[in-house]
Design a binder for this molecule. Sequence first.
Ligand code: DC
Length: 232
Amino acid sequence: MQKKIIVAIDGHSSCGKSTMAKWLARQVGYIYVDTGAMYRTVTLHALQNGYITPEGIDEEGLRKSLSEVQVSFRLDPNTNLPLACLNGTVVEQEIRGMEVSNHVSPIAALPFVREILTAQQQQMGRDKGIVMDGRDIGTAVFPDAELKVFVTASAKVRAQRRFDELTAKGETGINFDDILRNVEERDYIDSHREVNPLRQAPDALVLDNSDLTKDEQNAWLLARFDERTNQQ
Ligand code: DC
């Protein structure tokens, strides 16, 4: 039997990390965890409870409130994919909108938020057999992951993908330039924050998918997975 491994997929926002991570997990029968959804869920909680104000983030209030907050996943019985839940309620739709997208980076930069979610992610991967995507999976959450991939694509390509995604979901009043600005801003904050910034792990394989089709990138990923599991 093949040994189970941890697959860490990191990279910039909207570069198709979760699409490929989900695909691989399904293909090889692993659990898929979208850690961005966890940061988004905490952001939704912060917005809903007034911890994000025009004056800034009420860090102390948010920190105290987190002991009462449960971030989890529930499997969608139809697609078998995980749905993010906030205190037991599915919040997939709410966490993908522009309001959460516009506020998530500063929330994800808070050390106490990262500490709580990192511990939860490490717990989820304790038995391996997991594909996890995010920003710091190969560097901070699972520095010993057997397969690390760092995915990237140009900001314009990524903004166009996000624009198409939101349009397909029927979100109205969206504008390409706003999305591009959001993508660039998030890149900046994600890679310049003090705690666990977005950074390529030295032993990560880089995949620039600006000019790749989904099938091409999936084939590439599966080949790397096979290499690593056959080496074990
Ligand atoms: O992958 P995403 O766009 O859903 O991520 C949302 C935000 O969460 C993004 O600003 C980066 C942050 N994030 C993070 O800091 N660390 C992770 N492991 C995953 C996401």
